[in-house]
Design a protein around this ligand. Structure first.
Ligand SMILES: Cc1cc2nc3c(=O)[nH]c(=O)nc-3n(C[C@H](O)[C@H](O)[C@H](O)COP(=O)(O)OP(=O)(O)OC[C@H]3O[C@@H](n4cnc5c(N)ncnc54)[C@H](O)[C@@H]3O)c2cc1C
Length: 333
């Protein structure tokens, strides 16, 4: 059987959990096997209260006092207990911040192969062949496991999080564990401030800055471009936030916001998997990049191969010219 692991402390309908289940279902079709979704924690109120969740598999709740707060040591020990009980061939975990922490730890613990950042899976001779990006997303590689057991972490956004065909009344079983933590002792979690409200969630148009904009000063050009559209907002890739050019609340991607505006204008953004995870569902993607081979062009509906600042200045001038032309025409009338 294939074991999918739910994202800790979130409802069963969480996108990351659903994506892990989607991948597990694909592996189970290749192996002619079944899927079980396991969630570890102390209190499953939110998980249980998720309304209208449809799952194509049964659920096991791994319950333990030491699992109140996520920590790799406790979670890996608890999940190992269930693995010993169920004997899965694959353990599928969403490649979120927590999943990226847990998956290699768990793989080491159970002496399994570890395949990270998986974006696709297909069958060959009844065994799964995994696809993952390499060379900063410019190439993809196929990977097969040589071990009897494999831990797979799934790239957020790569598998469908849409409600899966299944049953609302999936069977739920409890699996109590007692885990003694020896290396770590979690003391709680602190929410990190995401900065001011950015308007990203409701924006119809997002102009997003990447490292390729070159410097903080060029942000004013992007702001002017965004101001042409009502209900627009400024987004950013991670390096732009790391440099302190914009606050982290504006970061789009796997560890930032997930957005799906009507128009996403990516300026000087290469199109890493982690950035795409947050914006690939945008209705229209326009990319401006001076490298014609940048991966973002494979996902963009329209592309401009040009220096960002040059393109935006020319575009803004054209808009102004058109507006001046319209104003002169109406004066003549
Ligand atoms: C666990 C993890 C989580 C992550 N989460 C996120 C996340 O949530 N969001 C995120 O964005 N990243 C995230 N990252 C980082 C991610 O891997 C990339 O490093 C990042 O997205 C790259 O940002 P970028 O495209 O702005 O920069 P780069 O990859 O450096 O790309 C810059 C682009 O600008 C182009 N360029 C250069 N000069 C110009 C110019 N003058 N005019 C036009 N184009 C130009 C270049 O050709 C290049 O394509 C994460 C990484 C990890 C490991």
């Amino acid at each position: 059987m294939i074991l999918a692991i739910a994202e800790p402390s979130v409802p069963a309908s969480d996108a990351a959990t659903m994506e892990a289940v989607s991948c597990a279902v694909q592996i189970s079709a290749i192996r002619s096997s079944t899927v079980i979704l396991a969630s570890a924690g102390k209190d499953f109120e939110e998980f249980r209260n998720a309304e209208g969740v449809r799952l194509p598999c049964d659920v096991v709740l791994i319950e333990g006092q030491s699992l109140a707060h996520y920590n790799a040591e406790g979670y890996a020990a608890a999940i190992t207990g269930l693995i010993d009980h169920l004997n899965p061939t694959e353990i599928v975990i969403a490649g979120t911040s927590r999943g990226g922490d847990l998956a290699p730890y768990l793989a080491m613990r159970i002496s399994a192969a570890y395949i990270s950042v998986v974006t696709g899976v297909r069958g060959e001779g009844g065994s799964p062949v995994y696809t993952r990006p390499c060379w900063h997303g410019k190439m993809e590689m196929d990977v097969v496991s040589r071990r009897e057991r494999t831990v797979v972490s799934v790239q957020p956004g790569a598998f469908s999080a849409a409600p899966l065909v299944g049953d609302e009344r999936f069977h739920v079983e409890r699996f109590p564990v007692s885990v003694a933590l020896t290396a770590t002792e979690p003391e709680g979690t602190l929410a990190v401030s995401q900065g001011d409200d950015t308007g990203l969630a409701n924006a119809e148009v997002i102009v997003s800055a990447g490292r390729g904009i070159g410097n903080r000063e060029n942000l004013s050009l992007l702001m002017e471009l965004a101001s042409l559209f009502p209900r627009s907002a400024l987004g950013a890739s991670r390096p732009v936030c790391d440099y302190g050019w914009l606050p982290y609340g504006r970061q789009v991607g796997q560890t930032g916001r997930r957005v799906s505006p009507r128009l996403y204008i990516a300026c000087g953004i290469s199109g890493s998997m982690q950035h795409l995870a947050g914006m690939r569902s945008s209705a229209h993607i326009v990319a401006v990049n001076n490298d014609r081979d940048a991966p973002i062009f494979r996902h963009a509906h329209a592309g401009v191969v040009e220096d960002c600042a040059t393109f935006i200045r020319v575009f803004l001038d054209l808009v102004k010219e058109r507006e001046n032309g319209k104003a002169t025409q109406s004066e003549e009338i």
